[in-house]
Design a protein around this ligand. Structure first.
Ligand SMILES: NC(=O)c1ccc[n+]([C@@H]2O[C@H](COP(=O)([O-])OP(=O)(O)OC[C@H]3O[C@@H](n4cnc5c(N)ncnc54)[C@H](OP(=O)(O)O)[C@@H]3O)[C@@H](O)[C@H]2O)c1
Length: 280
């Protein structure tokens, strides 16, 4: 597919999968609008993108706010006259058991990970309807398929994306707007360092280039949903057990990353004192 001068917005482009995706689109001649909070990182990325696609640019801000989510779409459309591809990729990790997470942390994760996708979708669909084409690719997580311990809120934020994407796929039929969902397994990015607590997962982490390939495939073949990588034996086994023997899966995951008995004891003591969960 020819991406020359296509207008492509990539959120979460200052690192990891988003950065690799933005660069790949620029190398194919697309005009990239890179979005994230860290302006310095975005400026570096855009300097690289501009070697291939001189009109590429960035917009720095917080996607946890509706105003900024709307703005990235409207500013792009105003400047370039259209939006061909939107990659909703930005997210924050949350690795906290439900006894310890605060209600503020949970709300923030839902806003950045899910609400931003909802807001950008509300904003971008009218432009795509007017131009009679477009692709929206939403990056979810394998954690929305098989929820690991400590990931209830993160998985909920991603499962909401799954529902939205599948629903949009129905509602956008006939509009020539493609919407695709990609659920990544473990990828080698800084997301693993940004968790509040470390996970017990010590298995393989895949290179972001694999996600880039999946994103292009979703757009070009109009694929609704992909789990990436599709052949990881651990992920295949987890999905199989999730459907057939969920109890075995739960025991296995608890051994890998179990909630300490101490956390339950402490939460129970606070409950007896009348304290609500989510408050510290
Ligand atoms: N890596 C994995 O193993 C893995 C597994 C499953 C799913 N995923 C999903 O894949 C996507 C990319 O993850 P990654 O591993 O590449 O993560 P990453 O390296 O941590 O990058 C996350 C990106 O999101 C941006 N971001 C975070 N909060 C933001 C906010 N409030 N406003 C604007 N931008 C924000 C970050 O930029 P700033 O900090 O500069 O704002 C960064 O560019 C995410 O949706 C993630 O949930 C990743």
């Amino acid at each position: 597919m020819d991406y020359t001068d296509q207008i492509v917005i990539v959120t979460g482009a200052s690192a990891g999968i988003g950065r690799a995706t933005a660069l790949a689109f620029a190398r194919r001649g697309a005009i990239v609008v890179a979005v994230a909070r860290r302006q310095g990182r975005l400026a570096e990325l855009i300097a690289e993108c501009q070697e291939h696609s001189p009109k590429s640019m960035y917009l720095a801000g917080d996607l946890g706010t509706r105003e900024f989510a709307y703005r990235i779409i409207d500013d792009t459309a105003e400047r370039f006259g259209r939006v061909d591809v939107l990659i909703n990729n930005a997210a924050v990790p949350v690795h906290q058991n439900f006894y310890d997470i605060t209600v503020e942390q949970a709300e923030r994760a839902i806003q950045v990970n899910f609400m931003s996708v909802l807001w950008t979708t509300f904003a971008v669909v009218p432009y795509m309807l007017k131009q009679e084409s477009g692709s929206i690719i939403n990056i979810s997580s394998f954690a929305s398929k098989v929820v690991p311990p400590f990931e209830a809120v993160y998985a909920a934020s991603k499962a909401a994306i799954n529902g939205l994407t599948e629903g949009l796929w129905n509602d956008l039929a006939g509009s020539n707007i493609h919407v695709g969902l990609i659920c990544p397994g473990p990828f080698d990015t800084e997301m693993w360092d940004n968790r509040d607590t470390q996970t017990g997962y010590e298995g393989k982490r895949y290179p972001p280039s694999l996600m880039v390939r999946a994103i292009f495939r979703s757009i070009e073949n109009r694929v609704l949903e992909m789990v990436v990588p599709g052949t990881d034996p651990g992920m295949l086994a987890a999905r199989f057990l999730r459907v057939t023997f969920p109890g075995i899966l739960r025991r296995g995951m608890a051994r890998m990353d179990g909630v300490p008995a101490e956390a339950i004891k402490k939460a129970r003591a606070l409950a007896i004192l009348g304290k609500r969960l989510g408050e510290r």
